[in-house]
Design a protein around this ligand. Structure first.
Ligand code: PLP
Length: 400
């Protein structure tokens, strides 16, 4: 058994990252400036996106994406119950009404058939917000087909999907069929970090408007009004937000992005170890899938337990097994988490829209059985083996 606790996730910060941030601190320019511009160009070119806008969070990017994607007060926007709350907060903050569609039981991503159904039931839909959950892309082809036929925008929540692709197309690189905006997160535990931060990619004319909205709705290049050659005069052309990224954050981002392929490769190596080990216990748990034709970002490694295997099993409430499993891993010094408590179970959304647990059965059923294991690039093979050992130990010790 391990002597020290293995955290569920840790950021990977190198000396280079630290030096770059210190340079910014000494430079006299710490807010949005030249480094932010460089980070945006590097990020757009990494993905092959037309344009990128660095912002303060993925939540901010989602909000801006919905606004410039044409969502208006009172519109319906379809998304998934299996996500972090901020996906749905952004929809409400854009003035829209969230409509949930259940998930595909295997990938737990938004099921395009449910989108079709939601669109039929809720009248005109302005946008759909697919979440590439855990880093596994949604079925982009089917979603684009529906969006093109019904004329709505796609605003991707790609908080987990860096780097991910669907049939060779990078998530966030845009679409020739449907107006598509994509929001990324650089929160501390995501596949790369700027401490806090986010990025919006999409068609240039839409992202240009998001740029203005991201800084108080002030006309172009106002960020430089204190710089050399900057003009004091500015005009407010819209009621904007305060969503800009600082050069301190961008300095981290520039370096993290350069290391992203290596960080991603390390995640894949740990996942291969997990996947291989857990093939031995198919009756106790279901492993996450990677469908043919997709590149999975492997931000999160989530198992689904088969509760009937365990001695704790009570048919009334299968989630008891999940809860005990987490406790037993914690006793073995392994940090875990659950992604996610479905949106329709949170009191705010449950009460506001009258949602019941069984309204989205696939999401609810998965939630009762989900456990996410530690997955971060700084983990050693030995750490991964400790996780595997602890999981196997619990499976054996509490077999029914
Ligand atoms: C982390 C996360 C977000 C929010 O990202 P922030 O950068 O913290 O705003 C949104 N959606 C999902 C699915 C996430 O995991």
């Amino acid at each position: 058994m391990r002597k020290t606790h293995l955290p569920f996730a840790l950021p990977t910060i190198g000396e280079e990252d630290i030096d770059e941030v210190v340079d910014v601190l000494r430079s006299g320019w710490i807010t949005t400036g030249a480094r932010t511009a460089t980070f945006e160009r590097d990020f757009a070119s990494f993905l092959g996106a037309p344009t990128a806008l660095a912002v303060s969070s993925c939540t901010a990017a989602l909000h801006l994406g919905l606004v410039v994607g044409g969502v208006r007060e009172g519109d319906a926007v379809v998304t998934t119950p299996m996500t972090f709350c901020s996906t749905v907060h952004a929809i409400e903050q854009a003035g829209a009404r969230p409509v949930l569609g259940d998930v595909d039981p295997e990938t737990l991503t938004l099921d395009p058939l449910r989108v079709e159904q939601a669109v039929r039931q809720s009248g005109p839909v302005a946008a759909v917000v697919p979440v590439h959950l855990y880093g596994h892309p949604v079925d982009v082809d089917s979603l684009e087909e529906i969006a093109a036929a019904r004329d709505f925008t796609i605003v991707d929540d790609a908080a987990h999907a860096l780097p991910a692709s669907f049939k060779g197309r990078r998530i966030g690189s845009g679409s020739s069929r449907v107006p598509t905006l994509t929001a990324f997160s650089f929160y501390a535990t995501k596949s790369m970090t700027t401490g806090e931060g986010g990025m919006l990619t999409g068609p240039t004319e839409l992202v240009d408007r998001a740029r203005i909205l991201s800084l108080h709705g002030m006309s172009r290049d106002s960020w430089n009004r204190y710089g050399e050659g900057g003009a004091w005069r500015y005009e407010v052309v819209e009621r904007g937000f305060k969503y800009n990224m600082s050069d301190l954050q961008a300095a981290l981002g520039i370096h993290q992005l350069r290391r992203l392929p290596a960080l991603h490769e390390r995640r894949r190596a740990i996942v291969r170890r997990y996947q291989q080990a857990f093939t031995a216990v198919p009756d106790a748990l279901e492993r996450p899938v990677e469908r043919v034709g997709v590149e999975h970002a492997w931000h999160i490694y989530a198992l689904q337990l088969r509760p009937e295997w365990f001695s704790w099993y009570e048919p009334r409430d299968p989630s008891i097994v999940r809860d005990r499993f987490i406790e037993e891993l914690a006793r073995r010094k392994i940090g875990t988490s659950v992604h996610f408590i479905p949106i329709h179970l949170h009191p705010y959304y449950r009460d506001r829209y009258g949602w019941k647990p069984g309204d989205f059965p696939n999401a609810f059923h998965a939630y009762e059985r989900l456990v996410s294991l530690p997955l971060f690039p700084a983990m050693s093979d030995g750490d991964a083996d400790d996780v595997i050992g602890a999981v196997m130990d619990v499976i054996e010790a509490y077999r029914r």
